[in-house]
Design a protein around this ligand. Structure first.
Ligand code: 8DG
Length: 267
């Protein structure tokens, strides 16, 4: 395996850095149906036959495998690690080592240069996306768990997302604290009182200047009723992956799975 690497140290919350890293716009390879990178996603390449498989995507970074005709198998990865000096971002591009002498010549002349270009492009795009996301407005979501189930709600509008599932929540108002927004939105949308706890997973980019940030929340009082949505449901951990989520929420499935598993057995 040949590998090229670029690193950066940033003084930004790890959830925001990881959010920039899962944005497919920063991948550096052109893919069909661009969207966010989420674990298990598959994209096809633009203009050539091949595909991109997302092997991991979360707070620790992402990993993808690129399999295309007439090219060695590539993988791209970005590791995100919290250190005493800030958040360390390590971009890597690797590819299968050439076997024959001729392949080795092509490797140095061609694939190494492609890999370096991909790496530079990705590092620059991620750095720019981090800057944008630091300034972005926040939509909060509430991950309310009861027993072994997570509360989800179904959108009734607008038409293009009607029927999709999401977490209760909404935009944080100017001057409002994220957790206070979680409490207010649960009151308005579900008629219940909750207490917001720690963030779950990464900040998920929604638009250039908007991101989704989810907090675990304890139900303190009331029984959830869909005041503004089509319906609410309590889902088990094994139902999470198959739910017809809004695209952004799909990125959070592994983190929600972890939250549900950690809470299992706790009342
Ligand atoms: N509440 C919520 N919004 C989500 C989730 N996932 C996701 O992509 N979004 C998007 C949908 C919307 O574009 C935006 C939040 O819209 P919203 O309609 O809930 O927010 P809001 O109550 O504050 O209403 P508004 O400011 O848009 O009028 O975030 C999620 O899990 N929960």
């Amino acid at each position: 395996m040949s590998v090229v690497r670029a690193t950066a140290l940033v003084d930004v919350p790890v959830a925001t850095v990881a959010g920039a890293v899962v944005d497919v716009g920063t991948l550096g390879v052109r893919v069909d149906g661009g969207g966010l990178l989420y674990e298990g996603a598959e994209f096809s390449l633009v203009g050539r036959s091949g595909r991109v498989v997302v092997t991991r995507a979360g707070l620790g970074g992402v990993g993808v495998r690129v399999v295309a005709d007439r090219s060695p198998e590539f993988w791209l990865g970005t590791d995100v690690r919290v250190t005493g000096a800030g958040v360390l971002v390590v971009h890597e591009v690797g590819w299968r080592q050439p076997r024959t002498v001729w392949e080795r010549v092509v490797d140095v002349a061609f694939w190494r240069r492609i890999a370096l270009r991909l790496l530079e492009d990705r590092a620059a795009r991620v750095a720019k996306r981090i800057e944008e996301l630091v300034e972005a407005r926040v939509v909060v979501g509430a991950a309310v768990v009861r027993g072994d189930r997570l509360l989800v709600q179904q959108r009734g509008f607008p038409a293009e997302v009607a029927g999709k599932w999401e977490l209760p929540g909404g935009r944080v108002e100017v001057g409002e604290d994220d957790r206070a927004a979680v409490v207010r939105e649960c009151r308005e949308e579900l008629g219940v009182e909750v207490k917001a706890r720690q963030q779950v997973g990464l900040d998920v980019p929604l638009k250039a200047d908007l991101l989704l940030r989810v907090y675990a929340a304890d139900l303190i009082n009331g029984e959830p009723v869909a005041e503004e949505h089509q319906g609410v449901r309590w889902v088990r951990v094994d139902e999470l992956a198959d739910l017809d989520w809004l695209p952004a929420d799909r990125v959070l499935v592994p983190a929600l799975r972890e939250l549900l598993s950690a809470q299992a057995g706790h009342p």
